[in-house]
Design a protein around this ligand. Structure first.
Ligand SMILES: Nc1ncnc2c1ncn2[C@@H]1O[C@H](COP(=O)(O)OP(=O)(O)OP(=O)(O)O)[C@@H](O)[C@H]1O
Ligand SMILES: [Mg+2]
Length: 267
């Protein structure tokens, strides 16, 4: 596993993004001596869980990222703070909501480009949100066309589209709706120029080792059959498959997924 600089773990609500992102941080930690950080974009991470797992978090609060960015452009952080107090600025963030996302992403990329030893794993809020974030540089480019901002946008886009720097994990669970959404997301990401994608199936009951040799109650047996049918009919070929694990403690779950990531990626 040759580590990238940025990992994005995404997928629809409740598919296991948080558990997988944390497990990916642990797997990367065990494979490199670099600083691997967990980030939740614009939501607050579960710091207690991260601490228990010995995972470092990194946050880019919008206010600080914006002051930093404008400060760099104007050559003074103090002037930046003053500029941001202007009503015009507040209005700008309301008029262009994705501006905030873009500045956060830009700050993150800057940090990664300045720190050779840093790796960030993003637990992306949801598939719709991540698409907005990824598309915002493109939209801005169309609005501004030339100037300093556009240069920065190009730098961001180049970074995000580099297969050596960024890897995106699209998470699915074995239901028709989730897998169909996953396929759509991969297609849309492709249109944003993101092609280094791992298609991941999580929570697969049919992969659970405990049930393999057991006589199952009928409803579980049905569930396994449905899962297999869904996967077959959608002709899915997943890069990684994580079983549905029975023990639900988040720490145990993260450790199991981590182990699975490490064994699967060594193949
Ligand atoms: N492989 C698995 N086996 C068993 N349970 C799992 C597995 N993966 C996730 N879960 C459980 O599913 C639930 C959702 O997982 P998680 O919080 O990681 O999803 P999420 O995609 O981050 O959700 P949200 O969209 O709400 O942020 C949790 O209760 C978690 O314990
Ligand atoms: Mg989550």
């Amino acid at each position: 596993m040759s580590p990238k600089k940025l990992y994005i773990v995404t997928g629809k609500g409740g598919v296991g993004k948080t558990m997988t992102a944390l497990a990916l941080v642990k797997a990367l930690q065990s494979q490199t001596s670099k600083n691997v950080y967990y980030n939740c974009f614009d939501t607050t991470p579960d710091k207690e869980l991260c601490k228990k797992l010995d995972i470092k978090t990194i946050e880019f609060p919008i206010q600080e990222s914006t002051t930093e960015y404008i400060g760099r452009k104007l050559g003074s952080k103090n002037i930046a703070k003053w500029v941001m107090k202007a009503p015009f600025f507040k209005a700008l963030f309301n008029i262009v909501p994705s501006l905030g996302n873009m500045i956060t992403l830009g700050h993150m990329i800057d940090t990664l480009q300045n720190e050779d030893d840093d790796i960030i794993v993003i637990d992306a809020p949801s598939s719709g949100h991540i698409l907005t974030v990824l598309e915002s540089p493109k939209n801005f480019n169309q609005i501004f066309r030339t100037g300093a901002l556009v240069k920065d946008i190009h730098r961001m886009t180049d970074f995000m589209q580099s297969d050596d720097l960024v890897e995106t994990w699209v998470l699915n669970i074995p239901t028709e709706l989730a897998v169909t959404e996953g396929r759509e997301l991969i297609e849309k990401l492709g249109k944003s120029g993101i092609s280094n994608i791992k298609d991941v199936l999580n929570n697969a009951l049919f992969k659970n080792e405990l049930i393999a040799n057991e006589e199952l109650p009928e409803f579980l047996d049905r569930k396994v059959t449905i899962e297999k049918e869904v996967i077959k009919s959608l002709d899915s070929n997943f890069d990684l498959v994580f079983p549905m694990y029975i023990d639900k403690s988040p720490i145990q779950l993260v450790k199991r997924i981590e182990k699975k990531i490490l064994t699967e990626l060594k193949k």
